[in-house]
Design a protein around this ligand. Structure first.
Ligand code: 1HN
Length: 345
C-alpha cells in the first residue's frame, strides 16, 4: 500500500511503526537539530547576594560540611530545571564552610574553580599544598587532583564553585574517589607552587601537564592591581578592560575546559552590545553595574552572580568602578574552532 505523499496520518502511523525499532525521522527534527543560530534552553538569571545569603547561612544549621561532603547551594539555571547546571555546560554553586569545619578530601575528573565571595581564613588544599583564601582570590582544582577544604578561622567563608560537570557528563567520563583521610597530608608549604611556577620563571625541566596550570591560586591583590594599572589605558568598547587568567607555562587557559576572566568597567562606562557562543557565569567583585539584555535588564552589585547564556546580546553599564569575575567553556569551544563572538547590534 502506497501512502499519498502528503498524507499526514500515514506519516504518523509510519512513525509509530518505526518507533518500536528505535528509528526516528530526521526530517521532523532537522531544523531544530541544526538551527541557523545558537539555541539554548538556559535563560539569563541573577542571584542577588542579599537574597541568597540568608539561605546559604541557614544551610549551616541544617547540615555539616562533613555530612554534606560539600555544603553548596547550586545556582541552577531556571531554564534547565533538574539538571544541576548554570549554563548548558558550566555548573556554579555557593559553598559555605563554617569555622572549625573540614570538607573531606576527594578527587574527580571534573575540574573546579573557586572564586572567594565572602569571608576569609578558610583554606583549600590541592595536591598537598594549602592556600588560605581571601575575597576575590581565584583558585583552581585541576581534574583528578586530591582536594579538601577547611576553615581554621573564626568566620564563615563562602565561595563560588565553578565546575565542568555537564561537559564531563555529556562525555560519559565521570570518575571519582574518596581519599580515605578527611584532610590530605600537607607535603608542601603554602606558596610553594607560586614560587616555583608563578614568578615569570619555570624549573628548567618543567613540562606542562594535562593542559593544567601548575599555579593554582591567583590572588585578588595581584589580579586587581593589574587591572587598576591598565584602567587609564585603552578600553575595549564592549568589555572595558578584560583580562583572562592564564596557565603561565602555556599562555592557555588555567583549566583545559574552563576559561576565567576578570574585568574592570570604569565608572560611567557604557559598553557596546556583545554576544559570544560561550554561556558565561559572572560575579560582581566590586562596584555597581547594569546588565542590559534584549528582553530584560538587571542592576547588580557586589557578590551578585548572574548568567548570560550563549549568543544572548547584552551591554554592560558601570554606575561605579566595577570589577567582574566570569567563567565559561570558552577553551573547549576554541580548541574545537567553534567559538564565535559578535560586537555591536
Ligand atoms: C566538589 O567536589 C566541590 O570540591 C564543590 O568543593 C562542588 C559540585 C559537584 C561535584 C563536586 C568541592 C562540587 C563538587
Amino acid at each position: 500500500m502506497n501512502a499519498r505523499l502528503d498524507d499526514a496520518a500515514a506519516r504518523r502511523a509510519y512513525y509509530d511503526r518505526i518507533a518500536v525499532h528505535s528509528l526516528k525521522p530526521l526530517w521532523e527534527v532537522l531544523a531544530a537539530l541544526v538551527p541557523p543560530l545558537p539555541v539554548t534552553e538556559a535563560v539569563p538569571a541573577l542571584w542577588r547576594w542579599r537574597d541568597v545569603k540568608p539561605f546559604v547561612a541557614e544551610s549551616g544549621s541544617l547540615i555539616t560540611a562533613r555530612e554534606a561532603e560539600r555544603r553548596v547551594l547550586i545556582l541552577e539555571n531556571p531554564g534547565l530545571p533538574g539538571q544541576s547546571t548554570t549554563t548548558s555546560t558550566m555548573y556554579a554553586g555557593l559553598q559555605l564552610i563554617l569555622p572549625g569545619e573540614v570538607a573531606p578530601a576527594h578527587r574527580h575528573t571534573q575540574s573546579a574553580l573557586r572564586f572567594v565571595v565572602d569571608g576569609e581564613g578558610a583554606y583549600t588544599a590541592v595536591d598537598g599544598e594549602r592556600v588560605t583564601m581571601s575575597p576575590g582570590d581565584f583558585i583552581i582544582t585541576p581534574m583528578w587532583t586530591w582536594h579538601d577544604h577547611g576553615n581554621p578561622g573564626d568566620r564563615p567563608v563562602v565561595w563560588l564553585d565553578g565546575l565542568d560537570i555537564a561537559v564531563v557528563r555529556m562525555l560519559g567520563a565521570q570518575f571519582r574517589e574518596n581519599h580515605g583521610h578527611e584532610s590530605q597530608p600537607v607535603s608542601r608549604p603554602e606558596g610553594d607552587a607560586a614560587a616555583r611556577y608563578g614568578s615569570g620563571m619555570l624549573p628548567v625541566d618543567y613540562a606542562p601537564r594535562n593542559g593544567v596550570t601548575p599555579v593554582f591560586c591567583y590572588p585578588y591583590r595581584t589580579s586587581r592591581a593589574a587591572l587598576a594599572t591598565m584602567a587609564d589605558g585603552p578600553r575595549h568598547r564592549c568589555h572595558g578592560i578584560k583580562m583572562r587568567y592564564v596557565n603561565p607555562a602555556t599562555g592557555g587557559a588555567p583549566i583545559a575546559t574552563i576559561g576565567a576572566f576578570l574585568q574592570w568597567l570604569p565608572k560611567g562606562f557604557a559598553g557596546a552590545p556583545y554576544r559570544c557562543t560561550d554561556g558565561t557565569v559572572f560575579t560582581v567583585v566590586e562596584g555597581a553595574a547594569r546588565v542590559e539584555l534584549d528582553d530584560r535588564s538587571f542592576d547588580v552589585g557586589p557578590k551578585d552572580t548572574f548568567v548570560i547564556p550563549s549568543w544572548h546580546r547584552h551591554r554592560l553599564h558601570a554606575r561605579e568602578d566595577t570589577v567582574l569575575f566570569s567563567f565559561s567553556d570558552r577553551p573547549i569551544q576554541q580548541a574545537l574552532h567553534l567559538w564565535r563572538e559578535h560586537e555591536g547590534e
